[in-house]
Design a protein around this ligand. Structure first.
Ligand code: ADP
Ligand code: MG
Length: 694
């Protein structure tokens, strides 16, 4: 049977089952069934005994006989079938709620059965509902030591496609499969002694030993990651070949004057290196697509500013897009302050400004009178046209969707250089897979004189101590943030939590001695700017806020961040929030307030926060705790489609495939010598790829 054959022709399938396989699993061909891998195996040599079962036993295999079949009516046309099952060590109950007639006809007293499933304790007795069963005879004819276990759905079970039935199908298929071609280059196979594709596909269903299973899994994981890398890197090299970029050769007046007269502090070595990397890119003749990673507070803004000045020196405009109005506004003021006296026109474009003002700004952008534009989503509206946009900087990229970035990119006939900045660190493995085609720069050094933020976990009973600590800090001239999570779908309810918090804080810190600001998403842009400003100037001592201050806000004199209900925040969010303090020379603190009892993962998050300030470590922990499925941006990436490989556990394989693909494309950029790979690329070209538009 060939892999391209319709699954309906496989012995044991037929039209009804074929339909169910297609609708439930998308399996239409023999090849697709062969690539439906077991998610675990049952070692038939290790039978469990009923007498030894514990809550931790999980999925077990038992051997014994059934007796005492009983059908109980549980409603109109509904019944339950029970049977006792004994294995000599004890007795348990088997239960069916559906398909009772079918089960009843097949169960025979006195016959030896293998029973598989996950028993649960019910009223002090072990029970197994809808067990997978086969007679000892059935299983004796199969000589494999491990039985594959497949994921199945309720509907599949109803149509006789439970995991045992699927196993019988794959066993048949493995015996007759033809046309399994090798897909990996021979030298790669040789280099790692990988199993051939055919051998691996058969062995992953029916391994002869644990070693063989391991070898099969390794081969198939490698293959999976290899083709993911090939997708990204091929797209990358195509872009390098075909997308011409502007050539920024000049380092001129803007950059030099800023560097000589205005720069507020010496650059860190990491900042210098990154600026050099970006400069190289921008004069290479190719379009730059660079990801700039740097932990919170590492000084990405200054890097962005200096790169934008380079664009200006080469006759172009530059823009900076930020995810929130607060942040855009803050950048705008920072830029104005730093560029003061240099005769460079900087403008702010955010949605909440008056239409007439926006219109004027847009006109000046179109004529080129405005050289640097800072804004939010408002920048990507269709009526924003640049005279000549040479560089786009995107701050805190995780907040922007792929599509939005693509729209910015389309704003110029020759694509502008793109610099994407993020402080939400991306775990190394993820960066390698997701951004296989993006160049990456890292600012791995904080400006001098920073002390790592000290982080503590506190619960309600110790609140008075926390408050008296805050008092000391404020009396010493420092400022404090209180942050509340967004809990409700309803902004009004969230606001009430915040107002309750404000009241509590004000009770303890009475006016006029202490001034408290409140900041949340419901305020108008002007109100936000006003509150931010007062806090920045030190006119208020405490800012009570929702997560609107999460990203980028920069007030170096603030030294304490109190996060209320910290158990409700994700790790990367906590890390971002904590990054709001520790920005000046003073020792800073982060206090995580939680309720008494925490779930396992919340406790783990809090522990991680208290034990490290390293963004990369936190990102790795985040990935471990949540799994890649929840990490933003992954939905579009294809990484979630990985069937075997794990971004978390298979880092060495990720690295190996990345390097191997790089070597192959380096020596053979058009893949002329690799027809199988080229065919793969041609087939996958129609798929939307994240890498192409980042
Ligand atoms: P982030 O990388 O989180 O965006 P910012 O660009 O906001 O960080 O910088 C954090 C703070 O560090 C700012 O107050 C900025 O002025 C300051 N800073 C940036 N670069 C340096 C430097 N080389 N030396 C000292 N302070 C710096
Ligand atoms: Mg920033």
């Amino acid at each position: 049977m060939f892999l391209t054959d319709d699954i309906v022709y496989l012995k044991g399938v037929g039209p009804t089952k074929a339909k169910v396989l297609a609708s439930e699993l998308g399996i239409r061909t023999a090849g697709q069934l062969l690539e439906y891998f077991p998610f675990r195996y049952v070692d038939r040599s290790s039978l469990s005994r009923i007498a030894d079962l514990t809550e931790e036993s999980g999925y077990v295999v038992l051997r014994g006989t059934v007796s005492n079949l009983q059908t109980v009516s549980t409603g109109p046309r509904r019944e339950r079938l029970t049977a006792d099952f004994s294995d000599g060590s004890g007795t348990m109950q088997l239960v069916w709620f559906a398909g009772t007639k079918w089960a009843r006809e097949r169960l025979k007293a006195g016959v030896q059965y293998l029973v598989m499933g996950k028993p649960t304790l019910f009223n002090g007795q072990w029970q197994l509902s809808h067990p997978e069963m086969e007679t000892s005879e059935e299983q004796d004819h199969s000589s494999f030591p491990f039985l594959p276990v497949y994921n199945t759905t309720e509907k599949m079970k109803q149509h006789g496609l439970g995991t045992r039935a699927l196993a019988r199908l794959t066993e048949t298929l493995c015996g007759c499969a033809a046309g399994i071609e090798e897909t990996l280059p021979a030298d790669v196979l040789g280099k790692y002694h990988l199993l051939g594709r055919r051998e691996a596909l058969l062995a992953i269903h029916y391994p002869a030993s644990t070693d063989q299973l391991e070898a099969a899994r390794t081969r198939l994981k490698y293959e999976e990651l290899f083709f993911l890398q090939l997708d990204y890197q091929y797209a990358h090299s195509e872009r390098q070949l075909h997308s011409a970029g502007r050539v920024f050769t000049t380092v001129g007046e803007c950059f030099n004057r800023f560097f000589r007269e205005k720069i507020p502090f010496p650059l860190t070595e990491a900042q210098k290196r990154v600026i050099r990397e970006i400069r190289e890119d921008m004069r290479s003749g190719r379009q730059m697509n660079r990801l700039l990673q740097g932990d919170v507070g590492s000084g990405k803004t200054l890097v962005a500013l200096m790169c934008m000045l380079l664009a200006l020196d080469n006759g172009c405009q530059a823009c900076l897009m930020a995810p929130t109005e607060i942040l855009a506004t803050q950048h705008y003021y920072t830029f104005q302050r730093m560029l003061d006296g240099l005769d460079i026109s900087v403008e702010l474009l955010i949605g909440s400004r008056r239409p007439a003002e926006k219109k004027k700004t847009k006109e000046r952008i179109a004529t080129g009178a405005t050289q640097i534009v800072i804004g939010t989503h408002a920048l990507i509206e269709d009526d924003v046209r640049f005279r000549d946009l040479g560089l786009v900087v995107i701050d805190e990229q995780h907040r922007f969707g792929v599509e939005q970035r693509a729209r910015l990119w389309a704003k110029s006939s020759v694509p502008p250089h793109i610099l994407v900045m993020t402080a939400t660190p991306i775990p190394r493995t993820l960066a390698m897979t997701l951004y296989g085609d993006l160049d990456c720069s890292v600012i791995d050094q904080l400006p001098p004189g920073r002390h790592p933020v000290r982080t503590y976990h506190r619960t309600e009973p110790r609140r008075p101590l926390v408050f008296s600590f805050l008092k000391k800090q404020i009396d010493a001239g420092r400022q404090v943030y209180f942050v509340y999570p967004i809990i409700h779908d309803n902004p009004k309810l969230d606001l009430r939590d915040l107002e309750d918090g404000l009241e509590m804080v004000q009770n303890y810190f009475p006016r006029p001695q202490y001034q408290v600001s409140m900041m949340h998403g419901q305020l108008t842009a002007e109100e936000k700017a006003f509150e931010m400003d007062r806090f920045k100037q030190g006119k208020t001592h405490i800012m009570v806020a929702t997560t609107v201050i999460e990203v980028g806000v920069d007030v170096p004199n603030a030294t304490v961040m109190v996060i209320e209900n910290a158990e409700r925040f994700g790790l990367s969010q906590l890390h971002q929030l904590r990054g709001r303090v520790g920005r000046g020379g003073e020792q800073s603190y982060c206090i995580l307030m939680t309720k008494d009892r925490l779930s396992h993962t919340s406790a783990e998050r809090i522990r991680t926060m208290c034990s490290t300030t390293d963004g990369f470590e936190i990102a790795e922990a985040d990935l471990r705790l949540r799994g890649p499925g929840d990490i933003q941006g992954l939905q579009q990436s294809g990484v979630l489609d990985l069937r075997l490989a794990s971004i978390v556990d298979d880092e060495p394989l990720v690295a190996a495939t990345r390097n191997d693909v790089r070597d192959i494309l380096g020596a053979d950029p058009t893949l002329a010598a690799h027809p199988i790979l080229l065919r793969y690329i041609e087939q996958s070209k129609n798929k939307m790829l994240w890498g192409k538009i980042s």
